[in-house]
Ligand binder design. Structure first.
Ligand code: THU
Length: 136
């Protein structure tokens, strides 16, 4: 699976976004270390707070099926109906990724034409994770 292929899967997942309030559609494609891909889209709610981001949809789908080892995620967003573009993950999603991913986990942003690669450590420096609770 190349970075570009993963980004294309994220763009495909955007088609399922449910965004009647923001009109901002995001797609994510999460690659497991074993090579499987779990996709996700953002799903909004009339009560606003229950809205879930595309990244968390993908992570929760994967974890709920027993997957907890991840290599990379591709994220793409933008106004619904338009081609996706650079969309950085929100802080809550970065923290959810931190729960399951190492700091060298790759986060692919950009578009289907141009992918920019970051690591989780770069996007969430000096973070709090599972080992901190154990004093490690
Ligand atoms: N959104 C995501 O799905 N992922 C992000 O990381 C940024 C924000 C969604 C949430 C909401 O449905 C819409 O984009 C506008 O904030």
């Amino acid at each position: 699976m190349t970075d570009l292929e993963l980004m294309r899967l994220a763009e495909d997942a955007r088609a399922y976004s449910y965004t009647p309030y923001s009109g901002f559609a995001v797609g994510a494609a999460l690659l497991t270390k074993s090579g499987k891909v779990y996709t996700g889209c953002n799903i909004e709610n009339a009560s606003y707070t229950p809205t879930v981001c595309a990244e968390r949809t993908a992570v929760f789908k994967a974890v709920s099926e027993g997957e907890k080892e991840f290599a990379a995620i591709a994220i793409i967003g933008g106004p619904a109906g338009e081609k996706g573009r650079f969309c950085a993950p929100c802080g809550v999603c970065r923290q959810v990724l931190r729960e399951f991913c190492e700091l060298d986990f790759r986060i692919l942003l950009g578009s289907v034409d141009k992918v920019q690669a970051y690591t989780l450590g770069e996007l969430l420096p000096t973070s709090f994770g599972p080992l901190d609770l154990k004093g490690e």
